[in-house]
Design a protein around this ligand. Structure first.
Ligand code: HEC
Length: 105
């Protein structure tokens, strides 16, 4: 499992070189903390994302969800997703949610 994740992470990192410069801080946070489960494109198609049944950010429910909902889920955790309240600051969470919005388009 560990080796599988590393291989997936390397594949994802080499594919992500073209991410636009906007939302830079959120993008960096996303790559460092979220991508192993949510995948480079937010599809949750990584082994960890699939194993935990994470939902794609492009799913209608998450497109409809308010920023406050997504910020709350990231801050407090949800289901199998860990809480980030002690790992990220409130502005970092706000930026990473703004970045997630760019993955929904
Ligand atoms: C260890 C795997 C994992 C990591 C790392 C992870 N997530 Fe998740 N995430 C999940 C899973 C699983 C769900 C689905 C939770 C559920 O609905 O049961 C989820 C759901 C979400 C949702 C949707 C919540 C909702 O309202 O349904 C958001 C937003 C989200 N994650 C943001 C993030 C952000 C931002 C990060 C990085 C700071 C992150 N996640 C890191 C596993 C992860």
């Amino acid at each position: 499992m560990g080796r599988y994740l590393v291989a997936a992470a390397i594949t994802i990192m080499s594919a992500s070189g073209t991410i636009a410069a906007h939302a830079q801080t959120g993008a960096e946070t996303y790559k460092a903390k979220c991508m192993m489960c949510h995948a480079v494109d937010g599809s949750a198609s990584t082994p960890a994302g699939k194993a935990m049944k994470a939902i794609p950010f492009s799913s209608p429910d998450l497109v409809k969800a308010s920023d406050a909902d997504l910020i709350a889920a990231t801050t407090n955790g949800k289901g199998k997703m860990p809480a980030y309240t002690s790992k990220l600051t409130a502005p970092q969470i706000k930026d990473v949610v703004a970045y997630i919005r760019t993955l929904q388009k």
